[in-house]
Ligand binder design. Structure first.
Ligand code: SF4
Length: 685
């Protein structure tokens, strides 16, 4: 094949059992599978068979950059891991994105990605430099916190290396352990840190002196201007008096300081809020940390975010006149709304969030929780949105009266939170060991009826002036906590949004919303608002979001910037600028659909996924009322699933893609294997 612009041409197969490395040409997979998650899906399909468990040496961690990585295309520093997730219930193939500088450095070192397989005999880390991969002892790193590990690797190999590391949570196989790189950029979802730990792999450190050449440098420069317009310039340090999102802010005594930074190589967006001189969990001196969306809520969780109107804070339903990338929200650089928009009043109609009463605002305690999660290497979402609310609600309902954690449960107390997280990370005692298995598994051992389904009586809707039922465990499908699903945290979104989000979650294997926050047009909202389950527009909006997520994780680019409903060929333009291979919007959509159907085939072949499993997994959470008191019925839900499967070209009875659908994607060999395995829907005469 001629030179492949945008890729460097090699994927490393790294066997930790026998310490060998072999090289696979990237051109075995691209451009058909684009890059990132799409290539990972193909490798997993080819190489990991049913019956493999997350902590088996036969499980693989597949890591891929995309064609934009290190080309200077904004947001292209983001990259993707996939593996069997120990955190999903049941364990299933899943993925996690990560920003930072590691992906670009891998390409400078000559690799588009790697496949980790086997298990090292003792704690090990990999050192990669310009095409060479060494297996080194991590005995002296094992047990170290995340930042200390990063610092030590820089002392050994030089300040200019880039590392991904795990903390004690990953070493101790805590099922929601993360993998961390610079600036606390984290692959937090799926529990990949524990898969690293199961392979005795502490870190990967890389240095590269090569270059990555995009095909069309002028187009790259044009994209840099257009994607950053209006420009998000780096601002000087700002002194803040309050903390939180508009409408849910709390005063911070003494104030705090923040700056704005970009989170990934080559990005010119400066979305991230860098919090300066925060309280540390481990030492006297203050620490800085990059604030991601979830950390806001660690500080005060007494009411839900007041999304209210359908546009709401996150711009779920957008108009041409009023839309902005989500990163503007994160950086608080949101442009003032255009009040000449005919939908302005409807779109921005304010609405109060629910009263939840979990814990009072405590800026210092919040910083300590963040620091603990960052240093131990844990997915913050599980701690802040599931573990702590569960303890808060369960305590108030008397569920934990007979449980002795060794310290009285008190989520308001920094001392208790430190004790609790330490107990779990180091698997101390019966309860530490149990909770390290993740909330879904722990609750089932304790007894789901009492420890999951008990009703919390403290939720109150200010929208309809009523107390509303909420289970003490904010659990949704596949062992993950709710996220934009209309209940509990981030509940106050309009019904067409939460119905769609539940459909996203139904066909996933992990929390979907960190890569495909649901978006649609305001015109569609107006058609959907009275009956979102009976319109094909809901199904189409979900499919668009799913395809955008596959694109973002394949091209690779960032979900804080996309989807842009009013610039729909953005990802295709990125791909073409990087590779020089012309790609239309339709072709990009087909590539995303191919990746999605391959993922579908994996979860059907390896995990017996069916319609019955899916509708039953997601339906229960929607039986609790949203802030307007609304639910969906079994018939409504099944009608929507019918519409979605039909749009997808999947059989309505089984939920399996038909041969025609696989063939349309260019996945004939997948269809053949599915047919052999008895996983092809029967053709009805
Ligand atoms: S758009 Fe923002 S969040 Fe996304 S890669 Fe760039 S700096 Fe990071």
């Amino acid at each position: 094949m001629d030179k492949l612009y945008g890729y460097v041409g090699k994927i490393a197969r790294i066997n930790l059992t026998d310490g060998t490395v072999s090289i696979i040409p990237t051109s075995n997979y691209v451009p058909k599978y684009i890059g990132g998650r799409s290539v990972c899906n193909k490798i997993f399909w080819d190489e990991v068979k049913p019956g493999t468990n997350a902590f088996d040496p036969e499980n693989k961690v597949i890591y891929m950059t995309g064609p934009t990585t290190a080309t200077g295309i904004p947001t292209g520093g983001r990259t993707v891991f996939t593996s069997i997730s120990p955190n999903s219930l049941p364990e299933q193939y899943a993925w996690s994105g990560i920003g930072g500088w590691f992906g670009a450095e891998m390409k400078f070192a000559g690799f588009d990605g790697f496949i980790l397989e086997g298990k090292a005999a003792e704690p090990t880390y990999l050192y990669i430099e310009d095409g060479e991969i060494k297996f080194l002892s991590a005995r002296n790193l094992w047990g170290k916190l995340v930042h200390a590990t990063q610092r030590r690797l820089e002392e050994i190999h030089g300040q200019d290396v880039k590392s991904i590391v795990i903390g004690p949570a990953g070493e101790n196989l805590m099922r929601n352990a993360s993998v961390t790189t610079s600036n606390d950029n984290v692959a937090a979802k799926a529990g990949l840190g524990a898969v690293f730990g199961s392979k005795n792999l502490k870190a990967i450190t890389v240095r590269g002196t090569g270059t990555v050449v995009p095909a069309d440098i002028n187009k790259v420069l044009e994209l840099r201007k257009k994607m950053s317009h209006p420009p998000m310039i780096q601002r000087p340090i700002i002194q803040e008096t309050h903390h939180g999102v508009p409408g849910a802010q709390s005063e911070v005594s003494g104030g705090w300081q923040r700056a704005q930074v970009a989170c990934s190589y080559g990005c010119n967006q400066h979305c991230m809020c860098l919090m300066l001189d925060m309280k540390s969990a481990f030492k006297e001196e203050k620490v800085n940390h990059v604030e991601k969306c979830v950390s806001i809520f660690a500080f005060g969780f007494s009411q839900d975010v007041p999304y209210g109107g359908p546009g709401g804070v996150g711009g779920v339903f957008q108009t041409e006149q009023n839309h902005y990338p989500a990163c503007k929200m994160l950086s608080r650089e949101v442009d003032p709304p255009d009040t000449s928009d005919p939908y302005f009043e409807l779109e921005f109609a304010p609405g109060p969030g629910d009263i939840l009463d979990f814990w009072k605002h405590d800026f210092d305690k919040g910083n300590v929780i963040n620091d603990l999660c960052n240093e131990y290497g844990i997915d913050k979402w599980d701690v802040i949105i599931w573990l702590l609310p569960w303890l808060s609600m369960g305590k108030k309902e008397g569920v934990f009266a007979d449980i002795d954690f060794g310290m009285e449960i008190d989520v308001e107390s920094e001392k208790f939170v430190r004790y609790l997280i330490d107990m779990i990370v180091y698997r101390k005692g019966y309860y530490g060991n149990l909770l390290a298995e993740g909330m879904a598994r722990a609750i089932r051992v304790l007894g789901k009826e009492k420890f999951g389904d008990t009703i919390y009586h403290g939720r109150y809707s200010r929208m309809i002036d009523k107390q509303l039922d909420l289970p003490i465990s904010l659990e949704t499908a596949w062992g993950h906590s709710v996220h934009w699903q209309g209940r509990g945290f981030e509940a106050s979104i309009a019904k067409p949004a939460w119905v769609a989000t539940n459909l996203h979650q139904m066909t996933a294997t992990r929390d979907t919303q960190t890569i495909q926050h649901h978006h649609d047009t305001f015109e569609n909202y107006l058609q959907l608002k009275d009956d979102p389950c009976r319109s094909v527009l809901t199904a189409r909006g979900v499919i668009m979001g799913e395809h955008k997520a596959e694109m973002k994780d394949s091209v690779t680019c960032c979900d804080w910037q996309s989807p842009d409903l009013f610039w729909t060929d953005m990802e295709a333009q990125m791909f073409t600028a990087a590779t020089g291979i012309p790609m239309s919007e339709e072709e990009m959509n087909l590539a995303a659909e191919r990746s999605r159907n391959l993922f579908r085939a994996i979860i059907i072949r390896n995990y017996e996924r069916t319609r019955e499993l899916e509708v039953n997994a997601i339906f229960p959470i929607m039986q609790y009322p949203d802030p307007w008191g609304e639910t969906v019925t079994w018939d409504e839900w099944n009608d929507l699933v019918d519409l979605y499967y039909a749009e997808r070209g999947w059989d309505k009875e089984t939920g399996w893609p038909t041969r025609e659908t696989y063939d349309r994607m260019g996945l004939k060999e997948v269809a053949d294997e599915m047919e052999l395995n008895g996983k092809m829907p029967l053709i009805k005469k």
